[in-house]
Write a protein that binds this ligand. Structure first.
Ligand SMILES: [Zn+2]
Ligand SMILES: [Zn+2]
Length: 388
């Protein structure tokens, strides 16, 4: 890559940004944006406009001192380049994608990568991809972000404004591509409004989760496995409520079911499945049907209460721990998914997942309630038979 307006970079500023810094432990986000503003201000104030050199030069020593004072940071022993030493284009290039750094992230070992590039690497192995220094302790990107990132970005933006704008546009396009189709987690069956805790330990799903948190509105599709297809075509999106990351990159995700969908255009991306989602919503109920529907719902809700009361204590405890108690009765006519209690019932009923998937894919509330009613009849019959 050749930069059009290549210049002699002021070495000590670069050195400050690029090499070991005494970075504060777990800096807060707000704290960082303030520091970033301050850094920019100092950098811009110190452009030596009187310089005869047509390249803008920073008065490096002043900048160093002011930055250090303002940010309360220490410059590490390796932070300074020797006099006369200059940095090369490649210093601002990511060694993973070989392009100009975009949203640079500096590792504690002093290497810099684009945020998306280092994320992908850390998912596979918690170490710096260049020098193999362990990144176990700084696995979470929150902890990785340092003032060094902001200074590097400021320097690139100041010296290579056109290239950086172009690179950012490229990055945005790549991200937009990611958001057009939804990631699919292939594991189990999920239901609207029902909690679905997940343990994520496969690198491909770690990457999927990060992307989903950053770009897909914290939502991804969940489909169960299929014997003859990449996954079952009916599923439910899961909305991420909370994530607990462990130092080795695994995470426990606290999620809840949201929208039902049918997949088309299934593909694979970076090891995980993606698809275009066609959302499934309940058909409208005619005014004349409301009274009848209420009667059916009252009946099936009572059956649900009766059945749950008859469940053996250990199983009941397990169900409550996992899914909570049977939700209050509601009707929820003319909503996307109908009443939540029906999804809870479906989640806990002892029937085949493929049978449940058919019900998830059904956009007719009355048919869903009646199918669940049939399951209750069947369960009650079994019970009286075994009692005899
Ligand atoms: Zn990169
Ligand atoms: Zn390194």
């Amino acid at each position: 890559m050749t930069f059009t307006n290549r210049c002699v970079y002021p070495p000590s500023v670069h050195a400050w940004a690029l090499k070991n810094l005494g970075v504060p432990q777990n800096p807060e986000k707000e704290d960082m944006s303030e520091k970033y503003e301050k850094t920019l201000e100092i950098l811009l104030n110190n452009i030596d406009k009187s310089s005869t050199n047509d390249l803008l030069m920073l008065r490096c020593n002043v900048v160093d001192k002011e930055l250090v004072d303002a940010l309360g940071l220490k410059i590490g022993p390796k932070a300074r380049l020797q006099d006369g030493e200059t940095l090369d284009d490649s210093d601002l290039e990511c060694s993973l994608c070989m392009r100009l750094l975009c949203d640079p992230v500096c590792t504690p070992c002093g290497h810099i990568f684009c945020q998306v590039c280092i994320e992908r690497c850390l998912d596979h192995k918690a170490q710096c991809p260049l020098c193999k220094t362990s990144a176990q302790q700084t696995k979470s990107l929150e902890a990785l972000h340092s003032p060094c990132d902001y200074v590097t970005k400021a320097i690139i933006r100041q010296y290579l404004p056109e290239e950086y704008a172009e690179r950012q546009k490229q990055n945005e396009q790549e991200i937009e591509e990611l958001t057009k189709i939804q990631p699919i987690f292939v594991s189990t069956i999920a239901f609207p409004s029902v909690p679905c805790p997940l343990h994520i330990f496969e690198p491909r799903y770690m990457l999927m989760l990060r992307r989903c948190l950053d770009h897909n509105d914290r939502e991804f599709g969940m489909c169960m496995r299929s014997p003859d297809k990449p996954h079952h075509e009916i599923g439910t999106t899961l909305r991420v409520k909370n994530v607990k990351f462990f130092p080795d990159g695994r995470s426990v995700v606290d999620s809840v079911g949201n929208r039902r969908f049918q997949t088309t255009n299934c593909q694979k991306r970076d090891g995980y499945h993606v698809a275009t989602l066609k959302y499934i919503e309940d058909k409208k109920i005619a005014e004349s049907q409301v009274a009848n529907m209420k009667r059916i719902i009252d009946k099936v809700y009572s059956e649900a209460e009766e059945w749950f009361a008859s469940v053996a204590a250990p199983l009941k405890e397990k169900i409550t721990l996992h899914f909570g108690n049977l939700p209050e009765k509601e009707y929820c006519f003319n909503t996307a998914n109908g009443p939540n209690w029906l999804w809870w019932v479906l989640a806990v009923l002892p029937v085949e997942d493929t049978y449940k998937a058919n019900i998830v894919g059904n956009g007719n509330l009355q048919e869903r309630v009646l199918t669940v009613h049939k399951v209750f009849l069947c369960l009650m019959r079994k019970k009286t038979q075994t009692a005899k």
